[in-house]
Design a protein around this ligand. Structure first.
Ligand code: DGT
Ligand code: CA
Ligand code: CA
Ligand code: ZN
Length: 596
């Protein structure tokens, strides 16, 4: 007998989600549906290998996995398939499940279209709508056909349910600028993004914008007429929702100036933070909503008495809280810290003195050494480290000892030019050394010893199991020449899950050896993420925030690294590249001490 193929976490999650979707279409018990959905989500986000958990008999300890589903997963992993699941997949075609992805198309509608008209794919749905065949169905009309076609069009341009902050932020800021430009001056008194975007979450469900204006109707009309708008999902006098060409929804609300503080607080969220603040207000005898505070009568103020706040900070102050930076508003201890007036002073864009990870034409970058240096200088940086890929990275032609020698000449020449001109800037020579599959490095110790900064990263064999990839990474961390661990989990948000690496052990080894942990600012990576960054600090690690730029515009994404760092409670003192050059270099691994 042949062994069944080993299922990955993602495959198991996909199967469970597929079962959940089919149960939805078949109108099964609601709790059973939710159980499958929760188990799928939980396994999708799991760091450990599900097969290992199964082998240890610990499936039931996975959050969201109960006894019933645990047993089913056990059989699934043992046999590679499950007869009951197979029957469900056979009964309801994947195409019908896919139809539920079309906006406004719930399981009930999908089921009726499938059963009554035999429509069993998104393509068949499009054809039927185009041919006007849906209107024959009770409850469907020409309008719903139009809506469905619009929805399918949006679906095809939509990559993921959530949008990368790297995409959403420039879009939102561009719309705000265009809105201001489209209206007579001073029509808009204040305007700001709220929601997850203001909190710098790595992905955005929808964009929330708030503004103050004496002419809300005018603002609403201008907003809905912006060129980016593909579909108007809601049009009110003070609130509109639009969907952009890429499927991203944007909500705009107009509020009164006297309510601005409370509204901005409310719509910035997170929901969890707001619940905590609202509970605190209640204890003080006030109920909190998006307009302000209303006395409940349980405190000193008379029941029904209202308080409005033009500024958010005034609201927080009224409740005895320090103003909480939006990035911290996740109910991760910030409310208590704000009460005790011990919120950290978070790292900010202006703190960065330089960067320690970026590429040039010596590997896969498109800017020359001098062009990248000029871009760094234009940002006000005092140093920038050239860290091209080492050999060992498959498709990319990396640098070897020979190429590094030639590059050093170029770097020295640029630095000599700076000295001559009295320019306070220094190019450093580094490398992004490949951590090979067995933990060996893409450059010899001798060559690395001659470099100013060494970043070590993994780009290949990322599917190794937890033990193997962790041991591989630890080997690099314990190398005395490795200064920084680059994008430690290897994830690409929305397209590649993190490796199975044991970050707890990795971070402990970084602390022990003085290896700096990178926050890679690329919005597709944001690696380490906010949670690991905070854990790194707790363990006593140092952080570097790097753009990993591959062209001259590649340094403009630094703000996403800063946003992630701030969400991880990172202060300037925790970040090595906020230090002046000499102090920064002194902070990197002390090779001398290591060799003793
Ligand atoms: P997203 O859009 O999924 O990336 O995340 P958010 O945080 O932007 O969430 P969203 O757009 O649903 O709502 C924006 C903010 O409005 C949210 O962070 C808190 C507030 N909010 C929305 N719905 C509720 C609610 O039911 N209760 C409370 N307390 N706040 C809410
Ligand atoms: Ca939102
Ligand atoms: Ca929203
Ligand atoms: Zn890189």
């Amino acid at each position: 007998m042949t062994e069944p193929t080993r299922l990955t976490n993602r495959q198991v999650a996909d199967i469970l989600a597929g079962v959940g979707a089919r149960l939805q279409i078949l109108d099964a018990n609601r709790f059973r549906i939710i159980a499958f959905q929760n188990a799928a989500e939980s396994i999708r986000n799991l760091a450990q290998d599900i097969n290992a958990i199964n082998a240890a008999g610990e499936l039931k300890n996975i959050p969201g996995v109960g006894k019933g589903i645990g047993d089913a997963i056990h059989h699934l992993l043992a046999n590679g398939s499950d007869p009951e699941f197979d029957a469900l997949f056979e009964q309801v075609p994947q195409g019908v499940v896919d139809m539920m992805q079309v906006p406004d198309m719930g399981p009930k509608k999908a089921k009726r279209l499938w059963e009554e008209l035999g429509i069993d794919s998104v393509d068949a749905l499009r054809t039927a709508a185009e041919q006007g065949k849906l209107r024959d169905l009770k409850g469907f009309g020409a309008k719903s056909e139009e809506k469905i076609l619009k929805g399918i069009e949006l679906l095809s341009t939509r990559v993921d349910e959530r949008t990368s902050i790297g995409v959403a932020r420039p879009l939102a800021l561009g719309m705000i600028a265009a809105l201001k430009a489209a209206l007579p001056p001073e029509t808009i008194e204040r305007i700001e993004v709220a929601g997850s975007l203001r909190r710098w979450k790595e992905t955005i469900g929808d964009v929330d914008i708030l503004c103050v204006s004496g002419q809300p109707v005018l603002v609403m009309e201008a907003f809905r007429s912006l060129p980016e708008v593909a579909h108007i999902a809601g049009a009110g006098e003070t609130k509109s929702s639009v969907v952009l060409g890429n499927g991203l929804q944007v909500d705009l609300r107009v509020v009164e100036a006297k309510n601005w503080g409370a509204a901005l607080q409310y719509f910035t969220g997170s929901k969890e933070h707001n619940v905590a603040v609202r509970e605190l207000a209640l204890k003080q005898g006030w109920s909190l909503n998006e307009y302000g505070l209303t006395a409940t009568g349980s405190g000193d103020a008379a029941e029904g008495e209202q308080r409005f706040f033009a500024e958010e900070a005034d609201l927080y102050a009224f409740l005895g809280l320090e103003w909480v930076p939006p990035e911290l508003r996740e109910n991760r201890g910030e409310v208590q810290a704000a009460r005790q007036h011990r919120l950290p002073t978070l790292v900010a864009m202006g703190d960065l003195q330089g960067e320690l990870h970026g590429h040039t034409t010596y590997s896969d970058g498109t800017g020359s050494v001098a062009e990248m240096a000029e871009a760094a200088r234009a940002r006000g940086y005092r140093y920038w480290s050239v860290s091209d890929h080492s050999v060992g990275l498959g498709i990319v032609q990396g640098v070897d000892a020979d190429k590094l020698r030639r590059q050093r000449v170029e770097i020295d020449a640029y630095n000599a030019h700076c000295t001559e001109q009295g320019i306070d800037f220094r190019l450093l020579q580094g490398s992004e050394v490949e951590i090979l599959a067995d933990g060996a490095l893409g450059l010899s110790d001798e060559v690395m010893a001659g470099l100013d900064v060494v970043v070590a990263s993994i780009h290949s064999a990322q599917r190794q199991d937890r033990e193997t990839i962790t041991a591989r990474c630890l080997k690099a961390i314990y190398n005395p020449h490795v200064d920084i661990l680059g994008h430690p989990t290897g994830r690409l948000i929305g397209s590649r899950p993190p490796t199975e690496i044991d970050m707890e052990r990795v971070l402990q080894a970084c602390r022990e050896t003085g290896t700096v942990v990178e926050i890679n600012a690329n919005p597709a990576r944001l690696d380490v993420n906010d949670v690991y960054a905070r854990r790194a600090l707790e363990l006593g690690c140092k952080i570097a925030i790097n753009c990993d730029a591959h062209d001259v515009l590649g340094m403009e994404i630094a703000e996403f690294g800063i946003g992630t760092a701030r969400r991880g409670w990172v202060t300037a003192a925790d970040v090595v590249n906020t230090l002046p050059l000499d102090a920064m270099l002194a902070c990197l691994k002390d090779v001398q001490a290591k060799d003793d």
